[in-house]
Design a protein around this ligand. Structure first.
Ligand SMILES: Nc1ncnc2c1ncn2[C@@H]1O[C@H](COP(=O)(O)OP(=O)(O)OP(=O)(O)O)[C@@H](O)[C@H]1O
Ligand SMILES: [Mg+2]
Length: 254
């Protein structure tokens, strides 16, 4: 069980120029409990705070206030590495690329083994059919979809207790999205992985046991997809002319 208790994240940004820094609260006093072994989808407008929330859980961003408990232990002060050792793993929205490092190198570190059969088994689970793919360099020459598949494989290789995927479908071809949803559902069911997927994709929203809608750094809704549909439709009625008048409202974006 992963429990977020009144968490907030505030950052200092340069408001009206370098002379007037202003505080901005990105996550506001948010509380939620992720039950073990369930599948959650987090959705919401661009800029609403989804990635920030994921990074707070992983310890990449430091909490301004509040606490995070994992199976009853307070992990709020633990480093990324310590949280990873505890079984919480995060797949980045924009994975890093490393010149001179191969997929095999990254996967071996994640799996804790460079055994060819084991690596072959992991890549086949994520739908990579050719073992030659293991020798690809994880650099800027990789396509957007290829880097996301590599990121997915390195998360799964760690056999996480809690897996957080930040828009795993970005840049992924249409033919792979269905199998990707099935893969994550299988990991959830067979390994009892608490699965949290940040996504705008209907396929993930439909697959989730519980959907969280983030608006302006708060949970606007949590529950099933049917209950979220009227809210999601309401978010999509903003017209282009509204966006063009004066203040841009992040909630208006689809
Ligand atoms: N470290 C930071 N410093 C300043 N601003 C930040 C920081 N991290 C995030 N933000 C801002 O907080 C807001 C929320 O960002 P976040 O990346 O969490 O959005 P998101 O919901 O994941 O959006 P998207 O759907 O586009 O991925 C954005 O306006 C972003 O610019
Ligand atoms: Mg994001």
């Amino acid at each position: 069980m992963l429990e977020l208790k009144n968490i907030s994240f505030r950052t200092r940004e340069l408001g009206g120029g370098a002379q007037s820094p202003a505080d901005r609260t990105i996550i506001h006093d948010l509380s939620f409990t992720f039950e073990s072994g369930r599948f959650y989808a987090i959705t919401g407008p661009n800029g609403s705070g989804k990635t920030t929330l994921a990074k707070l859980i992983m310890g990449i961003n430091e909490l301004t206030s509040g606490k995070i408990f994992f199976n009853g232990s307070d992990i709020s002060k633990l480093s990324i590495h310590e949280r990873s050792n505890a079984g919480i793993v995060y797949g980045f929205q924009h994975p890093a690329r490393f010149k001179g490092t191969t997929f095999r190198d990254l996967l071996s570190i994640a799996a804790g083994s460079d055994d060819e059969e084991k690596l072959g088994e992991i890549i086949s689970r994520v739908g990579v059919c050719s073992r030659n793919f293991l020798d690809k360099t994880v650099d800027s020459k990789l396509s957007g979809g290829e880097i996301k598949k590599i990121e997915l494989a390195t998360v799964i290789a760690k056999n996480p207790k809690v897996a957080i995927y930040d828009e795993p479908d970005t840049g992924i071809d249409l033919w792979t999205i269905g199998p990707m949803v099935e893969l994550l559902k299988r990991e959830q069911k067979e390994n009892k992985t608490t699965t949290i997927v940040v996504s705008h994709n209907k396929a993930f929203l439909e697959a989730a046991d519980t959907l969280l809608l983030i608006r302006d750094g708060k949970i606007g809704y949590s529950g099933d997809l049917a209950g979220a549909v009227p809210i999601l439709e309401d978010l999509s009625v903003c017209t282009f002319s509204e966006l063009c008048q004066g203040e841009v409202n992040a909630q208006c974006y689809r």
